[in-house]
Design a protein around this ligand. Structure first.
Ligand SMILES: O=c1ccn([C@@H]2O[C@H](COP(=O)(O)OP(=O)(O)O[C@H]3O[C@H](CO)[C@@H](O)[C@H](O)[C@H]3O)[C@@H](O)[C@H]2O)c(=O)[nH]1
Ligand SMILES: [Mn+2]
Length: 744
């Protein structure tokens, strides 16, 4: 190990020179000092709260102060947990070019898993693009196997992949020989590429494939004229048996390309390409994506059993062919983290609008927080763009958890070709829906069941077992995915996450109990921060209504401007927002994006977090719930246009929007009424300043909501029904509070 220090940073190069890491001692000290000061401010706030509670004169004023206290306790808890990410941030660099000294034979084999679940929400053409981008990795081709899991059980997806296998024979050598970096065909043809006869030819082929796939999807089935031979017909006929539905069908496994057998047009080898749609039955739980990944783990175990695995969502295409080599820089180094389970790349997205109106970048979640966790035991797993060591799924680093059959042992050597009768038979067996009955899959082995955020939960449990991870964040994004482009999709996705996170937070594996025991206080609090994300809904909702409803009635609830305690509030507000902004900006952020990021946090608080919490509670009372509702990856033209103009997309009647609109109206009304009262001289600004500031701040954040309610006529406007219901609710709240507060 070699260390060089400059004033601002210490860089350590790890032996072999495959990678280095950097810590900034000054930043570290400042973060900790600030945390300490802020902590004292919070304690002072609670002292002030208790004084006020003790002095309250009526039940209703006691109750209101008590609600504010609860909010502040939760805010303080969330602040405390966020500090875990700020204790030892660490950044890494890797040097894949140095791998040249390793002969290709030394590279470990790589199994790539791509999950898809619905051909209408996840267009097969896009899934195919993702697959092609990784099949073309700059990696010894005979070592790469791409497995597609189709939870939609759809012949459309299989058809798309048959087409992809044919196109790959041209695409792979094209990329290799022209040293193309953009190996996702759609991304390549949408960017500026040099037009010549060769690119024109390949583009024509791509367009041809695209049309065929889109036609088939439009028709909803693979018709005669699209089937080329008996072999293909046999494959499709599996979907045509009576009673076949996506929720009820036998396993379908199709080897579409076989390495060592199939060749590209230059005679060079091809990677394996395998399609899998695991068996489904109404009588067995399938555990959504975690179940799909475990089926992939086993099927790939039988067929190729590569020691390194890459998991990808269907929309996350590769944006850099050197990515597996980057991951190898860490896996090949045994000294730094001998218990290294996974190397996580950040989720990055293409097609964001300029100011990222929905905060889809999720900089905290995907960028700055993982940097913080990397200085501890490593980042959490975010479901896609993550390379795993297969062994990590079979027990902790020192205690191997034996799978049922020896063929699934992570060190088992597959000797037979993937299309051998025995192999295919075994692959069908391990992808059957009863295979996991009474086994350790999902509890001690594989991806873990029990949470809708299987990624977070699996990474967490692996780290509790003693596994470590690394955050790999190269300058050129390694993967690029789709973002939801309507607000309803955004908040629904976050609602699903909220349910999943609470499932972990309140389980026997809660980070606050089990986590602290297994991984230590600071690391466990990183996980606790996420597990309790949804309870942010409590302070956000209370702060969206209580100060405003009291303001409407002219009742002050915070210190006056002339009161010295006022400065505590100023410090707490500026401190929290200032630090958040600083962290955001230091990670290549812009002001506008930060502003939108803090706005979406409030929006989520009133929608996703709140409704997610409610759904979690009803789920645990045994009422029906939604399960894993897929995020749509289809772009409606009009919607896409509005998104790129930075216009919010409402458009649907949803209880979540009612909540949002109600808060927006209340804040505006309260702010204007207080302003009028002050001008008339009925009220003094001194006593109501904090309440007015909060209402005013919310109003500025809500500008797009008012616009959507009154100024817009397009399809994405706030539905009139929502506006009417919300106005009605505002009236009720106003009357109720006027009644409650009449004696205060
Ligand atoms: O029953 C299912 C449901 C989903 N998926 C796949 O899971 C992936 C993620 O689904 P998506 O609808 O895109 O959810 P997001 O909320 O965008 O995904 C984030 O959150 C998920 C957990 O809720 C993680 O699994 C993802 O990796 C993470 O990117 C997609 O490829 C789906 O095809 C399945 O394979 N089977
Ligand atoms: Mn997604």
């Amino acid at each position: 190990m070699e260390t060089t220090a400059t004033d601002a940073a210490t860089t350590t190069t790890v032996n072999g020179g495959l990678h280095s890491f950097k810590v900034k001692p000054l930043q570290l000290i400042l973060n900790r000092a600030f945390a300490l000061i802020y902590l004292f401010a919070i304690l002072a706030l609670f002292y002030n709260h208790s004084l006020k509670l003790l002095n309250s004169t009526s039940f209703i004023s006691f109750f209101i102060l008590f609600l504010i206290l609860i909010s502040d306790i939760i805010l303080a808890f969330m602040w405390l947990t966020i500090q875990s990410f700020r204790m030892c941030p660490l950044t890494r660099t890797e040097y894949p070019e140095k791998l040249k000294k390793f002969s290709a034979g030394k590279f470990p084999a790589l199994d790539i898993f791509i999950c898809t679940a619905d051909p209408y929400k996840e267009p097969p053409l896009n899934v195919v693009n993702t697959a092609l981008s990784v099949m073309a990795y700059d990696y010894p081709v005979e070592k790469v196997s791409v497995y597609v899991s189709d939870d939609g059980g759809s012949e459309l997806t299989l058809f798309a992949f048959m087409e992809a296998a044919k196109f790959a024979v041209f695409w792979l050598p094209f990329c290799r020989e022209n040293k193309i970096i953009e190996r996702c065909p759609d991304a390549y043809f949408s960017a500026n590429y040099s037009e010549n006869s060769e690119t024109q030819k390949i583009k024509l082929m791509y367009e041809n494939m695209k049309t065929r796939i889109e036609n088939v999807v439009e028709r909803g089935k693979v018709e005669e004229d699209y089937i080329n031979n008996e072999e293909e017909r046999q494959a499709f006929s599996k979907y045509w048996i009576a009673g076949f539905t996506r929720h009820n069908h036998p396993s379908i496994i199709q080897v579409l390309l076989e390495s060592g057998k199939d060749r590209d047009i230059t005679g060079h080898g091809m990677p394996n390409l395998i399609y899998l749609s695991r068996e489904k039955s109404k009588n067995s739980p399938h555990y959504f994506k975690a179940g799909a990944l475990n089926a992939l783990l086993r099927v790939s175990g039988i067929m190729t059993n590569a020691p390194i695995i890459l998991t990808l969502d269907c929309d996350m295409y590769s944006n850099d062919p050197s990515t597996p080599k980057r991951a190898l820089c860490y896996f090949l180094d045994q000294t730094l983290r001998p218990n290294l389970a996974y190397v996580q790349f950040p989720q990055r997205f293409h097609g964001l609008n300029d100011t990222d109106i929905y905060g889809s970048e999720l900089k905290g979640l995907f960028h700055t927080n993982p940097v913080g966790m990397d200085g501890l035991r490593g980042p959490n797993y975010v479901g896609t763009g993550c390379f795993f060591r297969r062994r990590a799924f079979f027990g902790n680093p020192s205690l191997f958890e034996k799978p049922e059959i020896p063929e699934l042992f992570p060190d088992h050597d597959v000797k037979k070709p993937i299309q051998a009768q025995e192999i295919l038979q075994l692959a069908h067996q391990v992808s059957s829906c009863n295979y996991e009955n009474e086994s350790n899959w999902g509890s001690k082995m594989g991806f873990r069941y029990g949470s809708l955020v299987e990624d977070y939960y699996t990474g967490y449990r692996l780290q509790c077992e003693g596994w470590k991870s690394v955050f790999c964040n190269p300058e050129r994004p390694a993967f690029l995915g789709d973002v939801p482009i309507s607000l309803h999709d955004v908040v629904s996705q976050n609602k699903r996450w909220s349910v999943g996170l609470l499932e972990v937070g309140f389980s026997k594996y809660s980070p606050l109990t089990f986590g602290v025991r297994s991984m230590g206080f600071v690391m466990a609090h990183c996980y606790a921060h996420y597990a309790f994300w949804p309870i942010w809904s409590i302070p956000i909702s209370l702060y969206a209504f209580i100060p405003q409803l009291t303001l409407l009635n002219g009742v002050p609830i915070f210190p006056k401007v002339s009161d010295p305690w006022f400065f505590l509030y100023v410090f707490l507000f500026l401190g929290a927002y200032g630090q958040d902004c600083l962290v955001f900006m230091s990670a290549q952020g812009t002001w506008k994006r930060w502003w939108n990021d803090q706005r979406i946090w409030m929006i989520r608080g009133l929608t996703s977090f709140l409704f997610g919490t409610i759904e979690y509670v009803t789920k645990h009372l045994g009422m029906a719930t939604q399960g894993f509702s897929l995020t749509s990856k289809v772009v409606d033209d009009d919607q896409g246009k509005r998104y790129h103009q930075g216009i919010f997309e409402f458009g649907v009647v949803s209880p979540m929007f009612v909540m949002l609109a109600t808060a927006a109206i209340i804040n505006l009304v309260a702010f204007l009424k207080a302003l009028a009262d002050i001008f008339k001289g009925d009220q003094s600004l001194d006593g109501l300043f904090i309440q007015m500031f909060i209402a005013g701040f919310v109003v500025i954040n809500c500008l797009p909501i008012y616009e959507a309610m009154v100024l817009r006529a397009d399809k994405g406007r706030m539905p009139t029904k929502v506006t009417i219901i919300s106005t009605f609710l505002v009236g009720i709240l106003y009357i109720a509070f006027a009644f409650l507060l009449r004696s205060v």
